[in-house]
Design a protein around this ligand. Structure first.
Ligand SMILES: NC(=O)c1ccc[n+]([C@@H]2O[C@H](COP(=O)([O-])OP(=O)(O)OC[C@H]3O[C@@H](n4cnc5c(N)ncnc54)[C@H](O)[C@@H]3O)[C@@H](O)[C@H]2O)c1
Length: 251
């Protein structure tokens, strides 16, 4: 397998596990991340190419695709994964933070899809995987921008799937519940102060409240799911939400 993949936010957490899983299957992987030091280290460890980007900036999205094509000649698979969380009541939510979150988690996936599209179309084959969230399907309080971006990403994916069908391009979202990553570690502390409760209560009473299986998901589980959805075995999946949520949305 020598297909070329971009994984955004691949320096850490889910993106790292996705890059690792794809490398184990011999994909050529470009990790794009804001965190240059950690991203370069991750790329070196996994045998990936690293591009430093701030995906809230349109020009960096364009440059990422240009650099990938300059290095490998094409792009076959795009995994839009970069993201972050800000937990805050709606009436205190900073406007600038809203704009940045929407830029990174909704506008960047649109821009990267647009810029990768001509290569995938030319190849008659492409895979777009958008890492949304269970919060792309249901809401929780204090996460207005995150939930809006993730719901939007689910919509973008469906639209992409409809336009990609005739060109052999599929687009799907993965919607996980809480995955054990640095993002969630930070959120436990944030939620504890926003709700005024102890960190272990955040895990048991908020994060795992709606889960049928009372544990966090491992990042490697998402890596394996991405590997499946980009494979030829998954060629009939498009426009789908792959919900991996320990039973959260079953009720
Ligand atoms: N961890 C969870 O519980 C969970 C659940 C559902 C969905 N997700 C989604 O999975 C994705 C990855 O989350 P994670 O938990 O691995 O978080 P993480 O914090 O471990 O990794 C996110 C990565 O995105 C990068 N990033 C952030 N802003 C960026 C920017 N402007 N430009 C480029 N890179 C940027 C960070 O540097 C970091 O390396 C996110 O989109 C998140 O919303 C996470």
């Amino acid at each position: 397998m020598d297909k070329v993949v971009i994984v955004t936010g691949g320096a850490s957490g889910i993106g790292y596990a996705v890059a690792q899983s794809l490398r184990q299957n011999n994909y050529r992987v470009v990790i794009a991340d804001l965190n240059q030091a950690v991203g370069e280290q991750a790329a070196q460890t996994l045998g990936c190419h690293f591009v430093a980007v701030d995906l809230s900036r349109q020009v960096d999205n364009y440059r990422l695709v240009e650099e990938t094509v300059a290095k490998y000649g094409t792009i076959d698979i795009l995994v839009n994964n970069a993201g972050f969380q800000h937990v805050c009541p709606l009436d205190e939510f900073p406007e600038e933070m809203w704009n940045t979150m929407l830029s990174v988690m909704l506008t960047s996936p649109f821009l990267l899809t647009k810029y990768c599209w001509p290569y995938m179309k030319k190849n008659g084959w492409g895979r777009i995987v958008n890492i949304a969230s269970v919060h792309g399907q249901v809401a929780s309080p204090f996460k207005a921008a995150y939930i809006s971006a993730k719901h939007g990403l689910v919509g973008l994916t469906k639209s992409t799937a409809l336009e990609g069908g005739e060109f052999g391009i599929t687009a799907n979202t993965i919607c996980p519940a809480y995955v054990k990553t640095p993002l969630v570690d930070r959120q436990i502390a944030d939620q504890a102060s926003t709700h005024g409760i102890e960190p272990d209560k955040v895990i048991s009473d908020i994060m795992l409240k709606n889960a049928a299986i009372k544990r966090m998901i491992e990042p490697e589980e998402i890596g394996e799911l991405v590997n499946y959805i980009v494979s030829d075995a998954a060629r009939s999946f498009t426009g789908s939400n792959l919900t991996i949520d320990l039973g959260w949305t079953a009720q």
